[in-house]
Design a binder for this molecule. Structure first.
Ligand SMILES: [Zn+2]
Length: 746
């Protein structure tokens, strides 16, 4: 190297000053020190050096449920890049070509990327070409091994690994529609991830380094100028257990009732608006948000037109990401009668003593309306009118209220504004404006039709009807945490207004409690006093658009404990294609199962009435080893039936086993020798009562597990976990689902 002349030194000095100034801007003083310490080295190479300035991604904040269970977190990942300008500097053609092919082969194999693309990229005019983002530690280690295995080619100069982060959802699809997911650059694209993207996103750090002639950076001289700062973590009001419970029962109901357009189940604290669970099925796995369910993918694969294929895929992806409880509105149907009744009671227009007449039909301004009970309900008081979910009675109540009062309360209950829930894409409601509302619109609105609201709007309004009259804002965020998990903000209940008085609200609790004894029978929970209202609505606009007359949404809202409400459960099933479509039949059992799991979990002890105890399941006594006579005595003492199989003197085996539970009056099979058949044929349980089903199971040699509230009368089996006629091992447990098929409503 020749000695630089004076001009050259001046130029180097100017470059140095510019570099120091630039670096000082981002780093304060630290870099300047490094520059001075290494001054000589830099001076000698400055003309060939270039600044390398790159952002270091900060981990997103974590998302927790209210018990600090992790719902979303970030793990370390790596970005693999190559430095083509470095490769280009290799003078020897053969060696350069060798480096290019070795890199393309190695990276394409380890990273499962296209060889030709990597090969072409090794010749690009750039210092930084990304080969693959977000690889895991195992893959990163393979890259490191590959680099050291090719030391002779010095490929370490041309391949780099940048540390970054990758979002991870440890519970897979649990609460996916609420959590949302992130994109390639870790930006929130849906749900909480999108709504709180600013908070969750950390402050990126920065690495400034010099690139030498080969284009490889000299980071070890001065790395990480600014540390990355992790984003704010969020504690949600969701409870993983309640969320899991809601999703489990919702999913089963979707399958059993052949639901075509998904379903939603929401559990909310009626006093605070805190959402404990928000389940939507079919949903997705946020770890893999762009993958469709197998069924949806098959639909896409079946499409032959490439353009239509793309459209369908994007439509189905959007559908699986969509939060049905917030982003879709629907006609609430009879559930809305809770609101109409609240208005009329608050305005002193009706009371428990009023009677309403229904002969099955009524006419308003020339428009005819039928009651679901074609023969009519006759004369009924208010309790019975709500319990019967009688449309003509509610048309009368609506007329007493009148357009202007109805419109005033419709607004007050929050139906004309978004709830403001902390999720993106909340849908607006559509309804008749006061000036456009005539007697016909008032009539249909009174029983919950011809307007659309969202499930969260409805849940907030029903909560106001029972919580003392307060409209609260539904919300998902409970706390914000800093990098050390210290609380930096706590969300308090947001009361919007008092809509009805405490007195009216107390009356509504009592009326809703009565309802559960009738139309919403399937929502009952043994040992608990609940309030309920079911609804079934026709999807009018889709019916008009498609000509398909049988499009319904069945929904149900339950409140518990009804004397001092804490939680509301809302369930909706969209487009049932099974044997029944009424909310009281298809949705109410889901409410019941969720409540039955959640109430004890929240610390509410069940208290059974004598009648309930009578109907509760009975623990089977253990008779194995006893003589047949002793066994008979033990079984009949529990008021259970028995059946002896074989000719032995002692019981060697019994079904169901001792300690398991069967319905009152159930049968225990006592085996006295080994001659009994080891296989069994599953009987057809559909249409049987619980006692009949238990007998059929005993006769066939299978065990049954009952699903449904057996303390309710009139239950019939509507589904079974193993199909009738299938051959199973004797003693196999078959789950049989029971409900009251007669719980109809408008
Ligand atoms: Zn009626």
């Amino acid at each position: 190297m020749h000695k630089p002349g004076k001009m050259m030194l001046t130029r180097i000095f100017v470059i140095m000053v510019i570099m120091i100034l630039c670096l000082s801007l981002v780093s304060g003083g630290s870099l300047v020190n490094i520059m001075i310490l290494n001054g000589e080295k830099y001076q000698s190479k400055a003309s060939e050096q270039q600044l390398y300035d790159s952002l270091v991604s900060a981990p997103r904040g974590d998302i927790y449920d209210r018990n600090m269970q992790v719902l979303a977190t970030s793990s370390t990942a790596w970005t693999v890049y190559i430095t083509p300008n470095g490769i280009k500097k290799i003078k020897d053609d053969t060696e350069r070509e060798k480096v290019r092919t070795v890199i393309a082969k190695g990276l394409s194999e380890i990273l499962e990327v296209d060889y030709d693309t990597v090969y072409a990229n090794t010749d690009k005019n750039s210092y930084y070409v990304i080969v693959k983002k977000k690889i895991d530690k195992q893959t990163a280690d393979k890259i490191r091994e590959f680099i050291s295995a090719n030391k002779d080619l010095e490929i370490t100069k041309y391949i780099g690994l940048d540390e970054t982060t990758k979002r991870y959802y440890p519970n897979d699809s649990l609460a996916s529609v609420v959590l949302g997911f992130v994109g390639a650059d870790e930006q929130g694209l849906a749900g909480i991830e999108s709504y709180y993207d600013n908070e969750l996103t950390g402050v990126a750090g920065r690495v400034v380094a010099a690139k030498n002639a080969a284009g490889t950076d000299m980071r070890f001289t001065y790395e990480k100028v600014e540390e990355a700062t992790k984003g704010t973590s969020l504690v949600l009001t969701l409870d993983s257990y309640i969320q899991y419970t809601a999703e489990k029962y919702l999913e089963t109901a979707i399958e059993q009732n052949q639901i075509a357009e998904r379903g939603a189940a929401v559990v909310m604290n009626v006093n605070t608006g805190a959402i404990l669970a928000m389940a939507v099925k079919g949903d997705f796995n946020p770890n893999d948000a762009f993958t469709l369910s197998t069924a949806d993918q098959q639909k896409v694969d079946a499409e032959t037109d490439e353009e239509k294929k793309k459209e369908l895929k994007s439509e189905l992806l959007n559908r699986q990401w969509r939060n049905k409880a917030v982003s879709d509105s629907y006609e609430p149907g009879s559930v809305f009668k809770v609101v109409t009744a609240s208005i009329a009671i608050e305005e002193n227009l009706i009371n428990e003593k009023n009677s309403f007449f229904c002969n099955g039909r009524t006419t308003v301004a020339g428009q005819g309306y039928g009651c679901w009970k074609h023969g009519g309900h006759g004369t009924q008081d208010l309790r019975m009118a709500i319990s019967n979910s009688c449309n003509p009675a509610f048309i009368t109540i609506g007329q007493l209220v009148g357009v202007s009062t109805f419109s005033k309360y419709f607004k007050a209950f929050g139906f004309s504004e978004k709830t403001g829930i902390d999720l993106p894409g909340e849908s607006r409601s559509t309804y008749h404006l006061q000036e456009n509302m005539g007697p016909v619109e008032l009539a249909s609105s009174s029983f919950g039709q011809t307007f659309n609201v969202t499930p969260v709007q409805l849940l907030a309004a029903v909560s106001a009807a029972v919580n003392g009259g307060y409209l609260v804002k539904p919300h998902l965020l409970e706390k914000k945490l800093d990098q050390n998990n210290k609380v930096i903000e706590t969300v308090s209940t947001s009361y919007k207004r008092q809509v009805i008085s405490e007195t009216t609200s107390a009356k509504m609790r009592s009326l809703m409690n009565f309802v559960s004894e009738n139309g919403a029978k399937n929502s009952l929970v043994s040992g608990y006093d609940i309030g309920a209202k079911t609804g079934t609505s026709q999807k009018v606009s889709k019916i008009q658009a498609t000509g398909d007359k049988y499009l319904y949404i069945g929904s149900c809202v339950t409140i518990a404990p009804i004397d001092k409400p804490e939680i509301a459960v809302f369930v909706m099933l969209d487009e049932p294609k099974g044997s029944n479509y009424y909310g009281g039949v298809i949705s109410a059992p889901v409410n019941s199962k969720i409540m039955a799991d959640v109430l004890p979990y929240l610390g509410y002890e069940p208290s059974y009435s004598d009648e309930e105890i009578q109907k509760l399941s009975i623990e089977v006594p253990d008779t194995v080893g006893a003589t047949v006579e002793e066994a008979r005595g033990k079984v009949t003492a529990k008021k259970l039936e028995y059946k002896v199989v074989g000719t032995g003197e002692k019981v060697i085996r019994q079904l169901p086993e001792g300690g398991s539970h069967v319905v009152n009056g159930g049968t225990v099979i006592l085996y006295t020798d080994d001659t009994a058949d080891k296989t069994a044929t599953v009987p057809n349980f559909i249409g049987l009562t619980a006692t009949e089903a238990n007998k059929a199971a005993a006769d066939a040699g299978v065990n049954i597990e009952f699903s449904g509230n057996l303390t309710t009368s009139g239950l019939k089996a509507y589904n079974q976990s193993k199909s009738a006629g299938s051959q199973v091992e004797a003693g196999t447990v078959v789950t049989v689902y029971f409900r009251d098929e007669t719980s109809v409503d408008g």
